[in-house]
Design a protein around this ligand. Structure first.
Ligand SMILES: [Mg+2]
Length: 242
């Protein structure tokens, strides 16, 4: 029996289509090109739409950024994206600082370089365990298997109930104000276009506990796991060769 062919392919960027913050390769770009002949495509990212569009070498695609707080559609006439929504949620900084300091004391991260917390213009926040000015080499060796952060992820979630908390980057927790997360964002995108969740295939690498693709992975959307962006052409073969 032939399965229903997807109406929409949705993608994470870093770790899925590209290496972290590096340009889209011509191989993976060619796969996207082929898929665009079969179905609609969109990006569902944690970063800003413009950053995603630039990293993709201006590949023509609609983009959901900042976990759904920002959206952009591709305009083929001007060959550029147009921002269609740009939410900014206010942050109670005193309260955030207080709670982060409490977590630092409780789990032994009271020594750090730079600031306690990083604030993004959207209202998303980052709790960098080693501080905002930590050395790159210290960050990379800090928690590669994420065990240190997963050990108290549930406590961070408890102290920040108004945020979705992610184990982000190499040594931090990222937080997006509720209800924003990739599941929420993709659900809205589909509802606006009359696409059923069963007609979507999402491709993502960060599906583990606390990962920014986890909300989609645990949902009713179709999900293809990817553990190395170099495998993308192979993983999509069944769709590109049909
Ligand atoms: Mg990723």
């Amino acid at each position: 029996m032939k399965s229903v062919s997807p109406k929409l392919f949705a993608f994470d960027l870093d770790g899925t289509l590209t290496q972290h913050k590096t340009p889209l390769s011509k191989e993976n770009r060619a796969v996207l090109q082929k898929l665009s002949k079969k179905a609609q495509l969109c990006m569902v990212g944690a970063g800003m739409c413009r950053r995603i569009f630039d990293q993709m070498g201006h590949f023509p695609i609609n983009i959901i950024g900042n976990y759904g707080m920002q959206t952009a559609v591709y305009n083929s006439t001007v060959k550029d994206i147009e921002i269609t929504a740009n939410m900014k949620v206010p942050v109670e900084r005193d309260s955030v600082e207080h709670r982060v300091t409490e977590l630092r004391k409780r789990y032994g991260y009271t020594e750090f370089k730079g600031d306690n917390v990083e604030y993004h213009s959207s209202g998303c926040i980052t709790f960098p365990l080693l501080g905002t000015k930590a050395d790159q080499k210290d960050k990379l060796v800090f928690d590669p298997d994420r065990k240190k952060r997963r050990a108290f992820l549930s406590e961070v979630k408890k102290l920040f109930p108004e945020y979705t908390v992610f184990v982000g980057g190499s040594s931090s927790f990222d937080m997006a104000p509720k209800p924003y997360n990739k599941y929420y964002a993709l659900s809205r995108y589909c509802a606006e276009r009359g696409i059923l969740h069963s007609e979507v295939v999402f491709v993502g690498d960060d599906y583990g506990e606390g990962g920014n693709d986890e909300s989609v992975y645990l949902s009713d959307f179709g999900f293809l796991k990817i553990d190395n962006y170099l495998d993308f052409p192979e993983i999509m073969k069944k769709y590109t060769e049909e």
